[in-house]
Design a protein around this ligand. Structure first.
Ligand code: GUN
Length: 288
């Protein structure tokens, strides 16, 4: 039987309406408009698309947003100065530096320079630590988007076998942590994992964050599993696609996310949620 499609666009529409209403209430009550600054260094075409989509989502939610573009040969110091400026800007509640960064810039140094209370990506070591102990300020957008999808679609996690393929700081590791906090039994697989298909076939919930088109084939999936595709790749024809062989896997999974229209849309939705949360926190801090 063909799998149920987990429609990120449809789920996002409802969540974004709620965010928009809460933002409007904040603005009416206090005059505060949630504000997001996105910094893009260089001209990576995929990053340009992501940044454009983030700005558009902000506008639709009634947020203030600025996109700061810097040339690919920007010195690290120049980027850090820009972050310092945004740190002091009271109209900006969230700062996001689009990754990847050019090789002359130390990604971790940049992440550490973002004030944790404006770190709407939740990449700062302080925020990562909060997530690790289950006491978060912000949740990282992609894993949080996946959890929101599972929640809205009534897909239980507690007690189930969850397998995450990929161990990046952005997706794999925090994804595993959130599934663990939801009481899943979690396995993380990576490029050195032996007998990968044997491990992935145990999964009731399989999350792929590899970045390779067609990586997850039907033989790697248990019949009836929920398959979450975090991949964002281009196939040989230049078409956007995920990690999962969608036509074959959707024949055996019970539910599956498409690409595009799945997790990617949810990621931006959770960025809006984090930016609103940062603005609400700023309001609370103002009264302290
Ligand atoms: N590049 C790919 N995904 C992300 C993300 O979630 N945040 C940032 N800052 N850069 C990214």
């Amino acid at each position: 039987m063909a799998a149920r499609i987990l429609d990120g666009k449809k789920i996002s529409a409802a969540v974004r309406e709620d965010i928009k209403a809460r933002a409007a209430a904040l603005t009416e009550r206090t005059g505060i408009v949630p504000g997001l600054a996105v910094i893009l260094v260089g001209e990576n075409p995929a990053s340009q698309v992501y940044v454009r989509n983030k700005k558009k989502a902000c506008e639709e939610a009634g947020f203030y947003s600025v996109v700061i573009t810097m040339p690919a040969d920007t010195e690290q110091e120049t980027l850090l100065e820009k972050i310092e400026e945004l740190k002091a800007d009271r109209q900006i509640h969230g700062i996001l530096v689009q990754l990847p960064l050019p090789p002359q810039i130390d990604e971790q140094a940049v992440i550490a320079a973002i004030p944790p209370e404006k770190d709407v990506d939740a990449f700062h070591p302080e925020n990562v630590g909060h997530i690790m102990i289950g006491d978060h300020r912000f949740l990282p957008c992609t894993p949080a988007g996946v959890m929101k999808m599972l929640e809205i679609e009534d897909i239980p996690v507690a007690g189930r076998e969850c397998v995450v393929i990929g161990r990046s700081n952005i997706v794999g590791k925090p994804m595993a942590m959130l599934l663990l906090q939801a009481n899943g039994t979690v396995t993380i697989c990576h490029s050195k994992t032996k007998n990968l298909a044997e491990v992935t076939r145990r999964a009731d919930i399989l999350v792929s964050a590899v970045g390779k088109a067609g990586f997850v084939t039907a033989d790697m999936v248990k019949p009836g599993a929920v398959v979450i595709d975090v991949g964002m790749n281009r196939n040989a024809e230049g078409k956007l696609c995920g990690d999962v062989d969608f036509p074959a896997v959707s024949e055996i999974a019970s539910a599956i996310t498409p690409v595009p229209g799945g997790v990617g849309v949810m990621t931006i939705t959770m960025l809006l949620e984090n930016t609103l949360r940062a603005a609400l926190n700023a309001e609370i801090s103002a009264y302290r």
